[in-house]
Design a binder for this molecule. Structure first.
Ligand code: BG6
Length: 490
């Protein structure tokens, strides 16, 4: 018999478990990728009989992964789903949970490996890890592993992230901790590594000699909705920049790692994040824009005088040889015109143009648009001659669309990949303590400065727009403009 694996989901009655975690595990099971034998135990405060829990999870898979639901497969999967009720600091309940795991392990063939998934509010991270430790549930021995996946947000600022890292490190080794950033599990984000480091044609121009600037956009059409209470204490800088945007920046800007090992990749990401120049009281005035969509203050749970930004744009610089003086423009917001996550590598113009063009025109720059969602693919924009003219030029697009090259079914949900990587002990797609802290250093610096008297005001933007005009002005001062490079694709 092979070693059993138990996956415990703390917060099993929550939204994430329903929408992503159970559908992800079920899909991995259907693809034959879960380690066998396995069991999954949901843990949360509500008292739910096992059969009800299975029925609820069945409904979740039907709702959130309808194309993969299959009655026969579900009937094979469901018996592995168990449930244990308790609060997150309840000694007795953890003892009961441990005994349940042990009983299941015995049934499955002996003591096994364990993956604990903390899909819970951050204030419970410490109590759960402490309980696991006290009950001997997190100590690795006899080649049996114990891993803990920690959901975001990881800290509310730099100091709290450092404190959380320190506390976790007292009870767990760094390599037992898997901090999630679900952007790192998106196929197109992972493809950035392959695109940059499995091809030779792009890397020679991937530097300050050829690149004018880089734009990273994560635009959303949704507003804060029912999460207004949480969101108002967080805002776009904590919710999207500290994690997702900084990770995208790190992948675009890092030096080539020597291997595809977790620490080799995370070392390079850490180095580039640490090389970002912090904004100062002076540069914050011209290199940042924070704004709120109209009507945000009316949402339930939002303070009447809230200054929480739902949109931000930053102009950052990386002080190293590759990127010195190349602006990285990052923007993200809610209630915008389109849902679009993309990275644009904007190249410099030719140093000398031999073709005549009218005085009031300029030659267009080449750019590479890396489209992360929803139209996953790559677009390379370059100039061509218009037929039957002397030397008229026009910009055209060379496209690659994932949906043309691969069937849609081949792009799995981000959480599926993360679950597998954690089960396999590969932490490449998870953030390490130093990376988290480096990202917080930059973003917390911006947040702190906005709390001071001399900070620029948090503006307003129209729902359904592309954000505030101040953001356009920020790029405009350098003669640049935001670009939506991925377009529609049917
Ligand atoms: C989450 C944020 O991390 O990412 C949300 O908390 C945001 O506010 C979401 O909506 C966006 O993720 P995705 O995968 O839809 O781009």
């Amino acid at each position: 018999m092979t070693t059993p694996t138990t996956i415990v989901i703390f917060g099993a009655s929550g939204d994430l478990a329903r929408r992503k975690l159970i559908p992800g595990l079920y899909n991995n099971f259907c693809k034959g990728r879960l380690p066998m034998p396995f069991s999954i135990i949901g843990y949360s405060r509500s008292d739910i009989p096992q059969a009800d829990f299975q029925a609820r999870m069945c409904d979740s898979v039907k709702e959130f992964s309808p194309s993969s639901f299959d009655e026969t497969k579900w009937a094979e999967f469901a018996p592995s789903l168990d449930y244990s009720a308790g609060s997150f600091d309840d000694d007795v309940a953890f003892d009961k949970l441990n005994k349940k795991i042990q009983a299941i392990e015995t049934e499955l063939g002996g003591e096994g490996n364990r993956l604990y998934y903390l899909s819970i509010a951050p204030r419970f991270f410490r109590p759960v890890v402490a309980q696991l430790h006290e009950h001997g549930m997190s100590q690795e021995h006899n080649d049996l592993w114990r891993r803990v996946i920690v959901e975001k947000p990881f800290g509310h600022d730099l100091a709290s992230a450092q404190a959380l890292n320190n506390d976790l490190h007292k009870l767990l080794d760094e390599d037992q901790i898997y901090r999630i950033d679900h952007y790192l599990a998106k196929e197109t984000v992972q493809n950035l590594l392959v695109f940059r480091f499995a091809n030779t044609i792009f890397e020679p121009v991937w530097n300050r000699n050829y690149i004018d600037h880089v734009q990273i956009t994560a635009a959303e059409t949704v507003d804060v909705g029912h999460r207004a209470g949480y969101y108002d204490s967080s805002g776009v800088l904590r919710d999207m920049f500290q994690n997702h945007l900084m990770q995208l920046l790190a992948l675009v800007a890092m030096e080539p790692p020597t291997s595809f090992q977790a620490n080799a990749v995370r070392d390079e990401k850490g180095k580039v994040l640490k090389a970002i120049r912090p904004l100062t009281d002076e540069t914050i005035q011209t290199q940042s824009v924070l704004s709120q969509y109209d009507g945000y203050l009316d949402a339930e749970g939002v303070a009447a005088d809230s200054k929480t930004p739902t949109y931000a744009a930053l102009e950052l610089y990386i002080d190293n040889w590759r990127w010195k003086d190349v602006p990285f423009y990052l923007r993200s917001g809610k209630a915008l015109e389109q849902k679009a996550t993309e990275i644009i590598i904007w190249f410099k113009k030719p140093p000398h143009l031999m073709f005549p063009i009218p005085d009031d025109q300029e030659i267009a720059s080449n750019y590479l648009a890396i489209c992360i969602q929803p139209h996953e693919g790559l677009h390379l924009r370059f100039e061509v001659k218009v037929p039957d003219t002397d030397s008229d030029m026009r910009s055209v697009d060379m496209d690659f669309h994932y949906s043309d090259a691969f069937s849609k079914a081949e792009i799995p949900e981000a959480y599926e990949r993360l679950q597998l990587e954690a089960l396999e002990g590969d932490a490449t797609l998870f953030t390490r303590s130093d990376g988290i802290e480096a990202a917080w250093t930059i973003i917390d610096g911006v947040i702190q400065r906005y709390a001071s008297e001399n900070a620029p005001a948090v503006g307003r933007y129209e729902i359904g727009s592309w954000g505030p005009s101040e953001s356009d002005d920020m790029l405009g001062k350098g003669g640049r403009e935001w670009r939506y490079g991925c377009g529609e694709h049917s």
